[in-house]
Design a protein. Structure first.
Lengths: 329, 582
């Protein structure tokens, strides 16, 4: 041990079983839990920082209903000291009890759960479209088809700079009102998904394509790509077997961020297409000042965001073998 | 072809026995007799069109016969790497290639389409790039990398991939192939990585192996192992075309050598003749520029400085408190520094109990392989990181001194030159700003301008570079600017960390001459860190040898190199390739 200059710290023995990868995962999950806690705390502080008394705030337009008022004081522990209120709040949220919307006279968790379904459908489909489109565009434009890349650049510029509601309105006007291909009225049919998914997925797909193409271009300039070509791989083969994987690494956390954002509700798209969803009830809740519902949606969107981005980061750590230091030798 | 394969696998077990195997000798002899070259190129020219049109290669003739090794030697920009890439049809998108004749394995390569090239690459010509850490895909295991060749060229049926990969790895001398095969490049040591890369280039059973700087990124002892491995394949009859800037490595491996300069062959012939009796002026200057024991005290290049001017402008600042000559300008006492190991597996001693003394005007060489702790030592000496125990003193004052004013003066008297000067410059500065940055606020603007111009003149740069961005400088110019910046504060000692490792041999010669002359003229001490023993032997009076953080040997440079006592020093010195015909 002395000779090779390595001193094994005895106290580190317990940590020795875990490699860099394991410790990164643990750290990332701990971070996520911390942010969740912080989000809950911030919403609690927000209620108390708002002007006016908390009870009237929560009741909204029902502020003169004495029975409700008494039950709220009971439920939120508003007759107790602030730290005790905070503790009650902190314990209640993880159990899924987000309070009651007194405007809609329904538990917030139930309202959100209902709206999660269409939001999740839209988000998941749009995400799949965006990722598939991103990979296809990136793969095609790094090939050697002349003129394809400049043409794609123009399309990218259009879709990335146009506001999403404008894309939505144009799609609606052309494909629904004029051509009548996709109805957006019957919400139970798959057809109603096509246009909103396009409105979200297309710009996102072009965005993904930019990130992926940049990654592919960089990987193709690396010496290992030259090695791969010197083995007789075709240009396409090098991209498929080597460059795409390298390009995916920075794209994975990006997918997580985009997914997190979408799960919180695509407010503008849902409004344009008059779709139910988290975004839409969020807008309504703000309009009628339904504070319990607003808080609930804020928390759920934050949770969705944290879960999605944490998952993406973990996938990233698991896909990159360079994080695995456990069997160095 | 199949016969050759089985022969190879039989030989795998007893490495080094190749020359005695009757099969390979007859095969080799037969190959040499046949007049048909594997590669024949006549009047090859490669130019690049596009924004910066360049004639990279012009009028090159090149033939490689079976069993022969030909080396292309030259400095950066000589066109040697472009030639290597052209031979596998990978010169690049904007290249224009013309040749009177271009035959590969008896076929006309000028008529090849992409499909034919793909069959040639890996199948007829194996290609080994410089640094296996970047030349192998970091996201793939060794197995997948080698299998890629087997699959592309359908060398063996799919069910035999695994067996063949293990065979290849064992053949290139990878111990415990069953374990290594599932590892990623970053998990392997430099030597194993290079072996794995060579195994992948041999997987397609090529007739010719093209090696682009196959040992340049390696430590000297690992380099010796890889040279030995390549010699083993030469004994078995593998033909090679190697690209190198290192004349010593070439003399160990090549039969024929072609010296390239500015895209043209300036000299060619058997390696023994070219290296011992060079005819072309360029070859002579290249050989004269190689630093070694013999070149000690002599100039390697035409570099000359104005001694009086240098003494005037860069003599160490004369602080009345620091005049005592017996106090070393730089002194380390039992310095130790630990770094945590990745994954929390304890800690590694990067620098272990190192003591050294550097007096005014001395040149101390610090040699060692990568991971020996020499760069960490440099940072400790510079006062950039604190040792965990021990102490560094500058002019007898410790870096831990509390007096800020005194600390600042210590800071001024120890300066630094790195391997990558361009990386140490702010790209938004002009060269003048880079050099004058340390003296801003110390002198008046007029004095700064005069001093900057004066310093630039000493290191032999034209005043016109003052206004340009550092990114436009060549490697040699950049290192001269770095030396200017280091001298600006009249330091007592300059710590140089691998200052010439990234330079071509002729530029390296100029920078070494410059450092030597500046040291003589000004009395500025040098702490010169290098992995290159030839360079240290040429330049330094004193030397310390580091291994795993410890100083294993120290003393007068001649004494240490001529009569090494520690086994590590001996292995290091014996691993240095010498210029001598193989």
């Amino acid at each position: 041990m002395e000779l090779v200059g390595i001193v094994v710290d005895k106290s580190a023995d317990s940590r020795r079983r875990f490699g860099l990868r394991t410790r990164m995962i643990v750290a990332r999950v701990a971070q996520a839990v911390f942010v969740l806690w912080a989000a809950i705390t911030v919403t609690f502080l927000a209620i108390h920082a708002m002007p006016g008394d908390v009870v009237s705030l929560l009741l909204g337009e029902n502020r003169n209903d004495d029975v409700l008022r008494a039950s709220i004081i009971e439920r939120w522990g508003l007759d107790q000291p602030v730290w005790s209120q905070y503790f009650i709040y902190l314990m209640r949220i993880p159990s899924g009890d987000l309070g009651t919307s007194y405007t809609l006279r329904k538990p917030v968790s139930e309202l959100i759960a209902e709206m999660m379904v269409p939001t999740f459908q839209l988000a998941a489909t749009a995400l799949v479209v965006a990722v598939v489109l991103g990979f296809l565009i990136a793969y095609a434009t790094t090939g050697r088809i002349p003129g394809l890349r400049p043409a794609t650049n123009v399309l990218e510029l259009i879709f990335l700079s146009a506001p999403p509601f404008w894309i939505g309105i144009v799609l609606l006007a052309v494909f629904s009102f004029n051509l009548g291909w996709f109805s957006v009225v019957d919400l139970s049919s798959w057809q109603s998904l096509v246009l909103p998914v396009t409105a979200i997925g297309l710009p996102m797909g072009f965005y993904m394509a930019q990130v992926l193409r940049d990654g592919i271009d960089r990987a193709l300039e690396k010496p290992f790509s030259l090695t791969a070509r010197s083995r007789g791989l075709s240009w396409a083969g090098v991209r498929r077997h080597h460059a795409l994987r390298h390009a995916s690494l920075p794209a994975i956390p990006l997918i997580g961020l985009v997914a997190g954002g979408l799960l919180g509700g695509a407010v503008i798209t849902e409004t344009v297409f008059a779709r139910p969803g988290l975004g839409q009830i969020a807008v309504n809740a703000v309009l009628v000042k339904d504070i319990p519902l607003i808080l609930g949606i804020a928390l759920v969107s934050t949770f969705a965001y944290i879960v999605a981005s944490t998952t993406a980061d973990l996938v990233g750590v698991l896909t990159d073998p360079r994080f695995n230091t456990e069997q160095k030798g | 072809m199949t016969a050759a394969v089985s022969e190879r696998s039989e030989l795998a077990g007893e490495s080094g026995a190749g020359a005695d195997a009757p099969g390979s000798i007859t095969r080799l002899a037969a190959a040499r007799d046949s007049a048909q070259p594997l590669l024949r190129v006549k009047n090859l020219s490669v130019s690049f069109t596009g924004r910066h049109p360049v004639d990279a290669v012009s009028g090159l003739d090149l033939s490689v016969y079976p069993g022969q090794t030909v080396a292309l030697v030259g400095e950066s920009g000589s066109g040697k790497s472009v030639t290597a890439r052209t031979i596998v049809g990978l010169a690049g998108e904007h290249s224009r290639i013309s040749a009177d004749e271009f035959q590969l394995s008896g076929r006309d390569a000028l008529a090849f389409g992409e499909r034919q090239w793909q069959a040639v690459r890996g199948g007829v010509v194996g290609f080994v790039l410089q640094d296996a850490l970047t030349a192998l895909d970091p996201l793939r295991t060794v197995k997948r990398e080698i299998t890629e060749v087997l699959r592309t060229h359908k060398v063996v049926p799919r069910r035999e991939y695994e067996r063949r990969v293990l065979e290849l790895l064992a053949d290139v001398g990878v111990d415990d192939p069953e374990h290594r095969v599932n590892q990623y490049p970053h998990q392997l040591s430099g030597g194993l990585r290079q072996r794995a890369l060579i195994a992948s280039s041999l997987a397609g059973e090529p007739e010719l192996l093209v090696l682009d700087e196959p040992t340049t990124a390696l430590d000297v002892t690992i380099q010796a192992q890889i040279i030995e491995l390549l010699r083993e394949y030469q004994r078995r009859g593998t033909a090679m075309l190697m690209i190198s800037h290192d004349l010593a490595v070439v003399s160990q491996l090549a039969d024929q050598v072609i010296v390239m300069h500015d895209g043209k062959a300036v000299e060619e012939g058997p390696v023994a003749r070219v290296l011992s009796q060079p005819v072309a002026a360029y070859t002579k200057s290249l050989l004269a520029a190689v630093p070694s024991a013999a070149s000690r005290g002599q100039r390697l290049s035409g570099e000359r400085i104005n001694v009086n001017e240098a003494a005037e402008l860069a003599r160490p600042a004369q602080d009345p408190n620091w005049v005592a000559a017996e106090v070393p300008v730089l002194q380390a006492d039992n310095v130790t520094r630990y770094f945590p190991l990745p994954g929390g597996r304890g800690r590694r001693r990067a620098v272990a109990d190192v003591s050294l003394r550097l007096h005014r005007g001395q040149k101390l060489g610090i040699v060692g392989e990568s991971g020996s702790g020499k760069s960490t030592l440099a940072r400790i000496l510079l006062g950039l990181i604190a040792p965990d125990s021990g102490e560094v003193r500058v002019h007898g004052e410790s870096w831990t001194v509390k007096d800020r004013e005194l600390w600042r003066r210590l800071r001024h008297s120890v300066q630094f030159i790195s391997q990558d000067p361009i990386g140490s410059f702010d790209m938004r500065y002009t060269v003048a700003e880079v050099i004058s940055e340390p003296i801003q606020g110390v002198l008046s603007p007029k004095e700064i301008a005069e001093r900057t111009a004066g310093l630039l003149h000493i290191v032999g740069l034209d005043e016109r570079v003052l206004k340009v961005s550092p990114r436009l400088l060549s490697g040699g110019q950049a290192q001269r600017v770095a030396i200017c910046r280091a001298l600006a504060l009249r330091p007592s000692v300059i710590i140089c960390d691998e200052p010439v490792s990234a330079l071509d041999v002729s530029i390296q010669a100029q920078v070494l001459d410059l450092l030597h002359e500046l040291n003589r003229a000004t009395g500025t001490a040098l702490a010169f860190i290098s992995h290159d023993l030839g360079v240290v032997r040429h330049l330094c009076d004193q030397v310390i040898v580091m291994n795993n953080g410890f100083v294993v040997e120290r003393g007068d440079a001649d004494e240490v190199f001529d009569h090494p006592e520690h086994p590590y020093t001996r292995s290091l010195i014996s691993a240095i390739p010498q210029i001598s015909a193989k």
